[in-house]
Design a protein around this ligand. Sequence first.
Ligand code: ZN
Length: 339
Amino acid sequence: MTSESVKPASNLYMGVDVGGTTVNTAVIDESGRVITKEQIDTLAHQGSEAVLDRICASADALIKRVEAEGRLMAIGVALPGIVHMDRGVSLFLTNFPGNWPEVPVAAFFLQRTGLPTYIMNDARAATWGESRFGAGRGAHNMAMLTLGTGIGGGLVINDDLYFGTRGWAGEIGHITVELHGPRCACGNYGCVEALASGPAISAAAMKAIRQGFATKMRDMVSGDLNLVTPEIVASAAEAGDVVALEIMEQTGHYIGTAIAAVLLIFNPELVVIGGGVAKAGRLLFEPIRRVADIRSSLFIEPMGGAKIVPAELGEDAGAIGAAAWAMRKTRVAGPGPTP
Ligand SMILES: [Zn+2]
């Protein structure tokens, strides 16, 4: 492959999105164009040191690959859980063995690559990526939800990510939408994540099949409940299966209720919805929009009439967003060591 004509002086930024099963890395230029990207397995069971070692080896290879394209300025790393951004350490990564308390991720990258490194929560990274270079381009105020195994979230207020007092702002997935609902992974009850995430959708379908409801989902998994996925539910609903349609409607109802809370507090122009579960498309977006509208209506009209739209960056959102965050930090702080 021949390299495209890029100005030799381009400033480049690397984003690393560390997920439970894969690590997506992308190098972008200042316009958000992806210069190169790579995916490796996380192999989280190996522990933080081995995982970071492998990611840095892969990052080194990418750094060499883009040498001719421009100057790599900084790295952003998105992590699936709670991090301390200023100290550059992870605090609690939910699905990783040992949960990575006090792992100095930023210092590890700085030492291995010589580049200033900024860490952040993965859903916040995806939010920033969509805000700068995806579905949120041009919107000053935006909220994002990522629908997957969990429900992540993020807020952009006045063109910047909003973190709140301790960096936790944007945990939209843990808004209570059913007072006496099921227990959530976070320890609370009735969070939208406990009711509308991928596993919750699968569980609702399994329950319906087990209860003997007439649904083609039973045949779609040949009677093996372990094979039920949100994709199965979505495609059954697309084919007009009433039980699957009810599950999508209910899921949209919960998500729309959480979004209504966001609309009432932040009055954003735009709500962007990404993650694998969002691929269900119209069947999910229609009830989400309807319920968000109704539940955020005060007196005479829906608050602000925010648009609710699908994300555009797909599985690259986290990596592109982390890179874009490194760009933002570099522009504010100037190149230098990790703060
Ligand atoms: Zn929760």
